[in-house]
Design a protein around this ligand. Structure first.
Ligand code: FAD
Length: 406
């Protein structure tokens, strides 16, 4: 038996993009259904991003999601770039007035799920057999099987593909329309979550001749650390003492002590870029990692996903509530501009800070020339800071009828 339902927007994926979209749509009076392949516990525990740009923080506050973020988020003035035995400060606050905030993606997701549950609109977790049917150009259909084994068919006015890199929505778009391009780096990141207070007051991006290292943080007690490793490396090849020895070597600075502590989690993350040429097909709109993957070096992925759904929510509210489809028609073009801007700084940082796998002897002096120019030219430093700090604001506007206030 198939259970037939209707909603205005069907959202596939309860990552940051899908959950935030559902929340913003509800502010504009638009009803939605969110389906998610994983369990709530899995989504809330998945370790990923942790750097929020100022515009993302502002959107979360304005959308009434800023309670824990205000008390537990760690606002930081900037970042450090470390090379050639020196640590250079990039003061985002003074250069751009846009500091960054450390607040783990796990916590963003917990806050968003709690908000949906409190509104009586819990995402439907643990679904299987998700299908995005775009046969009828104006009336898409979402199909899925719930945890009890019942098949559902949800007729909607718009479908949001927020199902990440491995989801099903991109495959529902004809390849010639989708126009996907991608690129894989020859190295990866070993990501480590450790129970040790951060050893620096701000994130440290370090290039060393043994490879890149990043010292970052989640809370005053938990550090987030990354090491450049060859692509295809296994996390098991890295026992804890090897991790700490390598981190100490790559991040060493005279007079700066780095603590050690229990490793809570470690995993290897591939470094890739991917972008589609169209984030819309008929009434399917792609957002977040389903539409673009940027290498994690620029800390852009989560922030780009927030920017996508801010504009997508505004577009869908105008289209479905106010019957004005103009913004929805331009959604893809507008967001692809932002995605490529983020891609450019993420790729620039990736190339500038990682030791090339093939020991390209030409690339290394170029990296140091770029880094020296960056920290010695006020104009270059400001341009870099502008890029890293992200946009001034995100484009969410529910219109006069929307209750957009914390
Ligand atoms: C190690 C690492 C570090 C990172 N660090 C940063 C950082 O510091 N700053 C930053 O901004 N970004 C960072 N990112 C990127 C950031 O985590 C992602 O960009 C972000 O998760 C994108 O959110 P999303 O909702 O688009 O996709 P996802 O978080 O991938 O969510 C997609 C959801 O869709 C669900 N799904 C998939 N297929 C289906 C299906 N068929 N049916 C139903 N549900 C489905 C998935 O289970 C998932 O829950 C990092 C990523 C990694 C991996």
């Amino acid at each position: 038996v198939t259970i037939r339902e209707q909603t205005q927007v069907a959202i596939i994926g309860a990552g940051p993009a899908g959950l935030l979209l559902a929340h913003l749509l509800s502010i504009g009076g638009i009803e939605s259904v969110v389906v998610e392949a994983r369990s709530r516990e899995y989504c809330e525990a998945r370790q990923r991003a942790g750097v929020l740009e100022a515009a993302t923080v502002r959107l979360l506050h304005d959308a009434g999601l800023g309670g824990r973020l205000a008390s537990e988020g760690m606002e930081c003035d900037g970042i450090y770039l470390q090379f050639g035995g020196e640590r250079h400060h990039v003061d985002l606050r003074s250069l751009t007035a846009r500091p960054i905030t450390f607040y783990a993606q796990t916590e963003v997701v917990k806050d968003l799920i709690a908000a949906r549950v409190a509104a009586g609109q819990s995402p439907r977790f643990g679904v299987t057999g998700t299908e995005a049917d775009l046969t009828d150009a104006d009336r898409p259909v979402l199909r899925y099987t719930d945890m009890a084994g019942s098949r559902h068919e949800v007729a909607c006015e718009a479908l949001a593909g927020c199902d990440g890199f491995h989801g099903v929505c991109r495959a529902a778009v004809p390849p010639a329309v989708l126009g996907e391009t991608s690129m894989q780096y020859p190295y990866a990141w070993l990501g480590v979550l450790a129970k040790v207070p951060p050893s620096a007051d701000q994130a440290v991006y370090a290039i060393h001749d043994r490879g890149f290292a990043l010292h970052s943080m989640r809370t005053p007690e938990i550090s987030r650390l990354y090491l450049q490793v060859p692509a295809g490396e296994r996390a098991e090849a890295w026992p804890d003492d090897r991790i700490w020895a390598e981190l100490h070597t790559r991040l060493a600075m005279p007079g700066q002590e780095m603590g050690t502590g229990p490793v809570l989690e470690k995993a290897v993350v591939g470094m890739r870029c991917m972008a589609v040429s169209s984030m819309r097909y008929r009434r399917l709109f792609l957002a977040g990692d389903a539409a673009h993957i940027v290498p994690p070096t620029g800390a852009k992925g989560l922030n780009l996903a927030a920017g996508d759904v801010a504009l997508l929510a505004t577009s869908l509210i105008r289209m479905l509530r106010d019957r004005q489809p103009d913004l929805a028609e331009n959604y893809s073009a507008l967001r692809l501009l932002q995605a490529w801007e983020a891609m450019s700084i993420a790729c620039q940082m990736t190339c500038m800070l990682h030791v090339p796998a093939d020991e390209d002897r030409f690339a290394v002096p170029l990296q140091f020339a770029q880094l020296r120019h960056l920290v010695s030219s006020p104009v270059a430093l400001r341009a870099f800071a502008e890029h890293y700090a992200g946009p001034v604001s995100l484009e969410f506007d529910p219109g006069p009828a929307g209750a957009f206030a914390a």
